[in-house]
Ligand binder design. Sequence first.
Ligand code: ATP
Ligand code: MG
Length: 172
Amino acid sequence: MRRQVFDITQLVLDIFEQLELKAARRNVTLALAPPPQPNTGLRVLADRNRIRQVLINLIDNAIKYGRENGHVTVAVAESGKGVRISVQDDGEGIPKQHQNRIFERFYRIDKSRSRESREAGGSGLGLAISKHIVEAHRSTIRVHSEVGQGTTLEFKLPKPRAAATALAANAT
Ligand code: ATP
Ligand code: MG
C-alpha cells in the first residue's frame, strides 16, 4: 500500500468523467453530493490508486445494475475522524439473502433471464477486490439495499493528520 493525502472529491469527479459514456448509454445521471464547489474538496489519507479501483467498481456496478434512466449519487461527507463515501443507485436492489454473498469472489446474482443483465457481463470479482482493498485500509465496506428502491455501498477512509496535510502541501 502507498498511502498519500489526496482530494477524494476530485477523484470521484475524475471517475465520473471516465465513466461518462457508459452512464450515457443507459441514460444514467451521475451526481456528487454535496455538489462540488471550489476548494471544498475533502482530503483523505489512503492509497489513491487502490481507492480509485474501488470507486470505479462501485460506480460501474451502480450504472450496470441500477435503473435505466436512473440516478447514481456519490456522497462524500466528514464523519468523526474519517470521511464516509457512499455510492447510491435507484435500481432494483439486492434481496437480503444475497447481500453478504455479493462480496464473495465470482458471486453474481442470477438474472440471466433478463437480456439486459446478460449484456452487463462482469466476472463477479469487483466487490471481492473492493472489500479486500477497503479492509487493507482498516475499514469496512457495507451494503444497504431495499428491493425495488435501490442499493447503497459505503465505506470510510481516514482523514489526514495535520502533519500529513502540511507535508503534502509543501510537496507541491
Ligand atoms: P466485475 O466487477 O468483476 O466486472 P460484477 O460487477 O458482476 O463483475 P461485482 O462487482 O463483484 O461483480 O458484483 C457482484 C454481483 O453483485 C453483481 O454481479 C450483481 O449481481 C450484484 N450487484 C453489485 N452491485 C449491485 C447494485 N448496485 N445493484 C444490484 N446488484 C448489484
Ligand atoms: Mg462490478
